[in-house]
Ligand binder design. Structure first.
Ligand SMILES: Cc1cc2nc3c(=O)[nH]c(=O)nc-3n(C[C@H](O)[C@H](O)[C@H](O)COP(=O)(O)OP(=O)(O)OC[C@H]3O[C@@H](n4cnc5c(N)ncnc54)[C@H](O)[C@@H]3O)c2cc1C
Length: 505
């Protein structure tokens, strides 16, 4: 793809963070291309990328304890945290470049400490070991750990207020953390993109089918335009299916062999949102706990300071739920429409092998308001029901994959599925999510536009936008710190100091 000197036509289905990121990267590296973005809703970024539909965490592996599992010998496996951290640094570089060049505004990201908080001797010992293992790496060397209640009162005053002395608690903290308003960011990226020559964003228009043209040279994306009340067709050399939860349904329509065997398992989310500004103003961090037994990784409870529409906000959750919809604004038929001969057996195998997950989801669906309050009170003992309202978050569709040796397996990550010739690519799954969008989209470029990425001018451009492009930041921690310093200066994010460790004592 992208190697001939003729103008290429690209269709991006869905106007969430992923299509927006791909659109900008494509336009920057292939300026003559024609890009059409198709969105089924009346506005972009109304599904998972919307501000309130996700937690806005810039996942950098600092506070998410599920990224650092304990090995059977008791040591801590830091590999996933290092990987996620690198991926987020890549996103920040790209965003900082866009902000520095005045292509987008910078108010979508806010400095917010990332804290892990644990209860009980066993988890305190785990967290202490985690911090010891992580601070050996330059990217985490400012991580502080404390069991001292006076220190914790400064870090998380709301969580320590009226906490019984008998509660054994501890926390780790990195002040380099960020809260990201992915809704703003998506809109900024799309606004910039739509101002470029050859780019069209069509809303209220749903892609219904994706099939090859008669000549087999192009893809035809068949749509229903709800505004014009008519059918529309778009021809494309390359189609990106960035349709969030519905990506699976559309991928299946392409009938590419690579789409076979995939299924989707929807997990919905609920937040408790604080309506009392006096309470909100007392919390200034993203505080992640440990997931309950059997809980999927994305259900890790967190008490989370957000900034939305310029206001400070506070959310707690997520509480998991189950709905057969693949999108928040989707249809209850989404799940059933995704079932077919190719994925029925792997889906059933997943049901049998993930009984603890099913049990967990059932228990979450049956949770009464009082039980939710009890969960919140583990974090904020003084929480009062009247201060909190329940809100529905975005819908996640986890990937079910037919693995040759293991049969159907449930995956909690993201996967780019593409045709052998790279002319169609779909993004399945939702974790770690928007924070790693730039890394994910670079993966899409690698699989679909290998020739484009060989061009010297394109490599130069990529290095300008993402200075670490082509170098592993996991292996070059010192370089990562230098790059982080630059991104944080432009994005207005804080840098930690190693002395934080001593202060925390
Ligand atoms: C509860 C929850 C919490 C999360 N927390 C975080 C977090 O803290 N940090 C993080 O980094 N990530 C988080 N995520 C994940 C993150 O939100 C997603 O990974 C990301 O927003 C996905 O972006 P997307 O563009 O792929 O999908 P979406 O934002 O869902 O966009 C897909 C778009 O495609 C459109 N569409 C669908 N079908 C069609 C069609 N047929 N035709 C045209 N348009 C179509 C939809 O309307 C939608 O606008 C969270 C997700 C959830 C659900």
């Amino acid at each position: 793809m992208g190697n001939e000197n003729i103008v290429k036509e690209y269709v991006l289905v869905g106007a969430g963070i992923m299509s927006a990121t791909l659109g900008v990267l494509l336009k920057e590296t292939d300026p003559d291309s024609k890009i059409t973005i198709i969105e089924r809703l009346k506005e972009p970024a109304r599904e998972s990328s919307a501000s309130w539909n996700n937690a806005g965490t810039g996942h950098g592996g600092m506070c998410e304890m599920n990224y650092t599992p304990e090995r059977p010998d008791g040591s801590i496996d830091t590999a996933k945290a290092l990987k996620v951290n690198e991926e987020f640094e890549i996103s920040k570089q790209f965003w900082a470049w866009l902000v520095a060049k005045n292509k987008i505004a910078g108010d979508f990201i806010t400095s917010t400490p990332h804290i892990s908080f644990v209860f009980g001797e066993k988890d305190i010992a785990f967290l202490e070991k985690r911090v010891e293992a992580m601070k050996k790496f330059p990217q985490f060397n400012t991580m502080a750990f404390s069991k001292d209640r006076e220190v914790l009162k400064k870090w998380v005053p709301l969580m320590m207020k009226d906490r019984p002395q008998s509660d054994k608690v501890a926390a780790s903290r990195m002040i380099e953390g960020a809260d990201v308003n992915y809704g703003y960011l998506t809109n900024y990226l799309l606004k910039y993109l739509a101002s470029q020559k050859g780019v069209v964003l069509i809303t209220n228009c749903e892609a219904k089918d994706i099939r090859k043209s008669d000549s087999g040279k192009k893809w035809i994306v068949k749509c229903r335009d709800f505004s014009a009340k008519q059918k529309k067709e778009f021809r494309a050399d390359f189609v990106f299916i960035g349709a969030g939860g519905r990506a699976l349904n559309l991928l299946q329509k392409t009938k590419i062999p690579e789409s076979k065997g995939y299924g989707g398992f929807p997990v919905s989310g609920l937040w408790l949102i604080c309506a009392n500004q006096e309470v909100v103003s007392q919390h200034n961090a993203k505080v992640y706990g440990k997931a309950a037994l059997g809980a999927p990784p994305m259900s890790v409870p967190h008490l989370d300071r957000r900034k939305i529409k310029g206001e400070k906000e506070l959310l707690f959750g997520p509480f998991a739920g189950f709905s057969t919809k693949f999108l928040k604004h989707g249809s209850y038929w989404d799940f059933f429409r995704s079932l077919g001969l190719g994925n029925l057996i792997p889906m059933m195998q997943v049901g049998i092998h993930n009984f603890s997950l099913i049990k967990y989801l059932v228990s979450q669906v049956l949770l009464r308001p009082q039980k939710r309050l009890e969960e919140l009170r583990k974090f904020y003992p003084d929480a009062k029901m009247k201060d909190w309202k329940l809100s529905i978050a975005g819908q996640r569709v986890q990937i079910i994959k037919d693995e040759k040796t293991k049969g159907g397996t449930l995956e909690f990550g993201t996967e780019v599925v593409h045709s052998a010739d790279g002319s169609v690519a779909a993004l399945l799954g939702a974790s770690p999510g928007a924070s790693t969008s730039v890394y994910i989209i670079l993966d899409v470029l690698k699989s679909s536009f290998p020739e484009l990425l060989q061009k010297e001018s394109v490599l130069k451009k990529l290095k300008e936008m993402i200075p670490s492009y082509g170098t592993s930041l996991q292996d070059h921690g010192e370089l990562l710190l230098k790059i982080r310093e630059n991104s944080h200066r432009i994005l207005g994010l804080k840098m930690g100091k190693i002395t934080d460790l001593e202060k925390a004592g």
